[in-house]
Design a protein around this ligand. Structure first.
Ligand SMILES: [Zn+2]
Length: 205
């Protein structure tokens, strides 16, 4: 008497499970299904990956999400003393961008949230600048397929310009300043002419 109900229960459970799974799949609206598929693909297509792949392919080397730098920049290029932030246009409030449209409901909530994000971004970049780092923001909309190559070429141009500026500055200033500093050491000059001189060891990457 007890064997039959058990068997049936077990079979019924299997059937129900399959049935429920099928139902759950069928319950997805086309939008939900699109979202599910998009989240599966997003690992390779997200804007940060576009920047990373391009830079790597063009010989630029970087470190990801540096833990000791303010704001944990997405990419850190030590050779260029540059941090790159790849920002979503909505979350970081890309001014004048079509993707930055405040929703009509809960408007105050969104305005406050995005204002806070923007304030934090600005603060992080000020902190990095004080430590002698350049910050470059690449916006998501600038990485759409039709804009991508132009954006990345201009990013590479900016990086190379930064590199040349930093290195020219050192080449011209240091030989001129050395004799003077030997005769009359002036720590203020030293810091002024060598922006990295005031960095502590911990700040060096
Ligand atoms: Zn944008």
């Amino acid at each position: 008497m007890t064997r039959h109900p058990l068997k049936v229960t077990s079979l019924a459970r299997t059937l129900t499970k399959t049935h429920v799974n099928k139902q759950r799949m069928d319950k997805l609206t086309p939008q939900q299904r699109h979202k599910t598929m998009a989240s599966i693909r997003s690992k390779d297509t997200k804007p940060e990956m576009v920047v990373r792949r391009w830079l790597w392919g063009h010989g630029y080397r970087y470190r990801l999400n540096h833990p000791r730098l303010p704001g944990h920049p997405d990419l850190v290029l030590r050779k260029y003393r540059t941090c790159i932030f790849v920002n979503g246009c909505f979350w970081h409030g890309h001014e004048g961008c079509q993707s930055y449209t405040i929703p009509k409901t809960n408007t105050d909530f969104w305005v406050n949230k995005i204002t806070r994000n923007r304030e934090r971004d600005a603060r992080v970049q000020r902190e990095l600048a004080a430590m002698g780092w350049h910050s470059i923001t690449v916006w998501e909309c600038e990485l759409k397929p039709k804009n991508r190559e132009k954006t990345m070429e201009s990013l590479a141009f900016t990086l190379n310009k930064i590199f040349l500026q930093d290195h020219n500055a050192k080449r011209y200033i240091i030989p001129e300043q050395q004799p003077m500093m030997a005769a009359e050491p002036n720590p203020r000059n030293e810091v002024k002419n060598n922006p990295q001189a005031h960095l502590t060891k911990e700040e060096e990457v």
